[in-house]
Design a protein around this ligand. Structure first.
Ligand code: DGT
Ligand code: CA
Ligand code: CA
Ligand code: ZN
Length: 583
């Protein structure tokens, strides 16, 4: 039996909590499982080993009953209690939670009262009026649910970047471990760091393609085989995502990698450039475009060699979207790339004071362990009551705690005291200027009244930017990828205003958001807007989102000098101490 992982244990506990909630069980019971899942996810020691040896005693928040269940899960690979709960619901039932506006309570009511157990069934019940008739729902809710179902279909078969990256890493490990593999890389939109990913694409160099495609088709991660050929294989993973493998020769490898990295538009432009040199370029190599033997065919050893043969600097995958990168590579003007190692700290992070899952000390320690020099704490403000936002008093106490940390541990990791203050409906802020003046910096974000029109929304954000204390705007458009559209804003105006008021725009690199979108950053940087790459971390592990953030920043043509958190601690302190107008 392969050992169950920490994430799987947490997932089972979360699912138990969800199902108990659906059944309307005691909230304390529900909370115990959810809290258990969190502890399992974040615990420092090897919690799987502890559970196996029945040594979970003394871990705060995991009671006797939960200890026994986790032990059962780890030693037998199953949990009877979970299985019994789950048996009452078909797989399609769980998709209901993916509909925006449906939480466990509502799903529970729909299941109990109308017997709904799939999205299809929900759609029918919305259409025939039975949802509208249900107490607690009504006509408006029913039509909102229908819209949400349509939106979900629109996003269907796309996946988050972080989830895709994790799946791809495991598959690459498996491929790399096969004796027939000479080289293996992932390509496609994942390699280009797009904000969402369709299928995964893998290229492997091998002299035994058949062995490799057979291995891929029979691998434990292949839940279904879609196509199985001698050099190509497409499978479906457990979560429904498709993965394509192409097995090529060592000579073809750079060409296949380049071709299947895309984008299609980039490839089209590159091919026409090749044609002007008398070369035709495809996934197998260069050939003379007129078939004549007189044309010199360039020798290519790696992907860089393809670009070099075409007179171009190497174009990093993130930039391959045919948005000017070929011209820039031609004239030596590609942006100096940002690497995640260039990031020295970050500013938008939460703790248990609001809706985070780790204490100030835990977040600070995690940041230090990650090699950062400084960390900004920006918990929610009081208007975000659903996120347990801080009032003035609790904020002051947090500032005290931060100053205390700095006195004792500031030479290892410096904490900046900030807030993620709510921008209210009229563009005023949830804290007074006097309160904001006690902080090192301030992230201002919208968390309410999403439906204002573009003009009002833009005016609201402009007013926030005009505030002397607002260092940066958080998640500019509020989009939740694959779930909730951005609210309407005028990007051009906001970029101009950010430049004028010296307000930073955040690149929120939480993979749920990636907001502001990469397509706008080149314009912003050319107007002189500064960026801050922020993970919006709610638990220590999420500080790692900075890795994705650096790739997405590179995708937006940002250079190191365009990003505040590439600067060292002293420079950042000086920046924050300078009045906005002189920054
Ligand atoms: P995705 O999967 O929707 O997130 O996006 P990609 O970019 O990964 O697209 P995919 O998987 O369909 O194809 C991978 C790459 O293969 C694509 O970026 C460029 C290349 N490719 C696919 N079809 C064509 C085509 O018809 N012409 C050209 N030039 N390239 C193609
Ligand atoms: Ca793809
Ligand atoms: Ca593909
Ligand atoms: Zn926020």
């Amino acid at each position: 039996m392969t050992e169950i992982s920490r994430d799987e244990i947490a997932r089972v506990l979360d699912e138990i909590a969800l199902l108990l909630e659906v059944r309307g069980e005691n909230p304390f019971k529900t909370r115990a499982y959810r809290q258990g899942a969190e502890i399992v996810r974040d615990h420092d020691a090897d919690i799987v080993a502890l559970a196996r040896d029945n040594e979970l005693d003394g871990i705060k928040g995991i009671g006797k009953a939960l200890q026994e269940k986790i032990h059962e899960l780890v030693t037998t690979g199953k949990l009877e209690f979970h299985r019994k709960l789950r048996d009452d619901y078909p797989d399609g039932f769980f998709e209901l939670f993916e509909i925006e506006g449906l939480g466990p309570k509502k799903v529970g009511a729909l299941h109990r009262e109308l017997g709904l157990d799939s999205i299809d069934a929900l759609r029918k019940a919305c259409d025939d009026g039975s949802v509208a008739d249900l107490s607690g729902f009504g006509k408006k809710t029913a039509s909102k649910l229908l819209e949400a179902i349509q939106r979900r279909e629109h996003f269907a078969e796309r996946y988050r970047l972080d989830e895709s990256a994790a799946a791809a890493e495991a598959i690459l490990d498996a491929l790399a471990g096969h004796p027939a593999t000479l080289l293996a890389r992932s390509a496609g939109s994942l390699r280009r760091s797009r904000e969402t990913i369709g299928d995964l694409d893998f290229i492997a160099a091998t002299s035994q393609p058949k062995e490799l495609t057979a291995f891929f088709a029979g691998a434990p991660f292949a839940s279904e085989v879609i196509v199985h050929g001698d050099t190509k294989c497409s499978i479906r993973l457990d979560n429904g995502q498709q993965a394509d493998l192409r097995a090529v020769s060592m000579e073809q490898f750079p060409f296949a990698l380049q071709y299947f990295t895309g984008s299609k538009e980039h490839n089209v432009a590159l091919r026409s450039r090749a044609l002007r040199q008398g070369l035709s370029l495809n996934e197998y190599g260069f050939t003379a475009s007129d078939g004549s033997a007189g044309t010199a065919i360039p020798e290519v050893e790696d992907e860089r060699g393809i670009y070099k043969a075409l007179g171009l600097d190497f174009i990093p995958p993130e930039l391959r979207e045919n948005r000017g990168e070929i011209e820039a590579a031609d004239s030596g003007e590609l942006p100096e790339p940002i690497h995640w190692e260039n990031l020295r700290g970050t500013f938008h992070n939460h703790t248990t004071a609001s809706d985070g899952h780790a204490s100030l000390e835990e977040m600070a320690t995690a940041a230090r362990d990650l090699g950062l020099c400084y960390l900004g704490i920006a918990d929610h403000s009081k208007a975000s009551f659903q996120a347990n936002g801080l009032d003035e008093e609790r904020l002051a106490a947090q500032v005290e705690a931060i100053r205390g940390w700095n006195r004792e541990h500031g030479d290892g990791l410096w904490l900046f005291a900030g807030t993620e203050v709510d921008i209210l409906k009229d563009g005023s802020l949830d804290f007074s200027d006097d309160t904001l003046a006690t902080l090192d910096y301030c992230v201002a974000s919208i968390h309410s009244s999403f439906t204002l029109d573009e003009k009002e929304m833009t005016r609201r954000l402009v007013r926030a930017m005009e505030n002397e204390h607002v260092t940066m705007i958080g998640h500019l458009t509020g989009r939740i990828l694959l779930r909730r559209d951005a609210y309407a804003v005028n990007h051009e105006k906001l970029i101009d205003c950010a430049a004028e008021t010296r307000t930073i725009i955040e690149l929120n690199c939480n993979p749920k958001r990636f907001d502001m979108d990469w397509r706008w950053w080149r314009r912003a940087r050319d107007k002189g807007v500064l960026c801050s790459i922020n993970p919006d971390a709610h638990r220590p592990g999420q500080l790692q989102f900075l890795r994705l953030g650096a790739s997405v920043a590179a995708k937006g043509w940002l250079r190191r000098r365009d990003v505040l958190n590439t600067r060292g601690l002293d420079e950042v302190k000086e920046y924050l101490d300078t009045p906005k107008a002189r920054r």
